[in-house]
Design a protein around this ligand. Structure first.
Ligand SMILES: [Fe+2]
Length: 323
């Protein structure tokens, strides 16, 4: 990969929900996020250490899923350079004056599977309120006095019928680095873990089990960061106490080494509370390839992956809609 790293990081993300009030209560009461603004059918929220003004836009919609995911370029020149490459790929959709609240001009495009992206550079940083001014000058807010207090948006996992085509687009056109992938016995890719930074993953593609039935552009999960595994465990306790559906109880991923808790927010979208995961400093770090035999061992501690993790996404397919 010889292209310069024009893009800095992933975020913010827009999530769609058919149950906006319950979803909002989940993100404020169960995740400890703060409402920044309400605009039309949307609410903008932030984790307490998100440096941007907001990281999650929750939008009322007929069904669940992802509205769009933002990608921030290092500067305006980098933005324009990357837009030229996207336009050459044929997947560009055009410029808009503002990507969203507090964000500058943006270029809209879709990945090969149909997910919406917005590429931008300018953004308003979070300005700490008087109450958030503490001795910790190097954080972007103040921990809320709530049990689950996610710090920031961490990563997004989306589904694709053809993981390889989407991986190739992200690597060749957007400049992502692929750190780990699953190669299935038939030579196709089961998943690809990519990043713009030293974090083990920011953007993940895994195979959509319903692609053959026409599914595309679906969301697997959105992950929010906490600093410790203990906070993931506490989040699980609190979710149980408050009847949040836990799909996959806390454990450690084999791929990328991230610690996890997965559940569904009331709108049906899969949410992860995550911590840990490896950091990759080497510019020539080889991609780790996992085989079907490797994956048959389950997660890091050889516990099996729950079946729905391989099939459920949002918007849901009828057979999966009961979850
Ligand atoms: Fe994840």
């Amino acid at each position: 990969m010889s292209t310069p790293p024009d893009l800095a990081h992933l975020g913010p993300v827009e999530m769609l929900t058919p149950r906006p009030q319950e979803s909002l209560e989940f993100f404020t009461e169960m995740m400890g996020m703060t409402v920044v603004a309400r605009e039309g059918q949307s609410v903008h929220l932030r984790g307490w250490d998100d440096y941007q003004g907001w990281s999650l836009k929750l939008t009322e919609a007929a069904t669940s899923g992802m509205g769009y995911v933002g990608l921030r370029a290092w500067n305006e020149q980098a933005l324009e350079h990357r837009v030229k490459l996207i336009e050459a790929s044929g997947l560009g959709e055009g410029w808009e004056q503002s990507a969203d609240r507090g964000l500058g001009r943006a270029y809209r495009f879709r990945d090969p599977d149909g997910h919406r992206f917005k590429l931008y550079h300018e953004c308003e940083r979070h300005v700490k309120s008087a109450d958030e001014q503490t001795d910790f000058k190097n954080v972007h807010g103040k921990q809320p006095n709530r049990a689950v207090a996610v710090k920031r948006l961490d990563h997004v996992n989306i589904l694709a019928g053809d993981v390889r085509a989407n991986r190739d687009f992200c690597v060749n056109t957007l400049g992502y680095r692929e750190y780990e992938r699953i190669e299935l016995g038939d030579g196709s890719l089961g998943g690809s873990w990519m990043s713009l930074s030293i974090a083990a993953h920011e953007l993940i593609y895994t195979r959509d089990a319903h692609a053959a039935q026409g599914a595309h552009g679906r969301l697997h999960h959105v992950a929010f960061w906490v600093d410790t595994r203990e906070e993931c465990l506490r989040a699980a306790d609190i979710w149980v106490e408050n009847d949040v559906f836990i799909e996959f109880a806390p454990s450690k991923h084999a791929i990328a080494q991230g610690f996890f808790l997965y559940g569904y927010e009331p709108g049906g979208n899969r949410i992860e509370v995550t911590s840990g995961g490896r950091l990759l400093y080497a510019p020539d770090e080889p991609c780790v390839v996992w085989t079907e035999a490797d994956r048959a061992k389950g997660q890091a501690w050889h516990n099996p992956t729950v079946a729905t993790f391989h099939s459920y996404g949002t918007p849901p397919f009828e057979a999966d809609a009961g979850h």
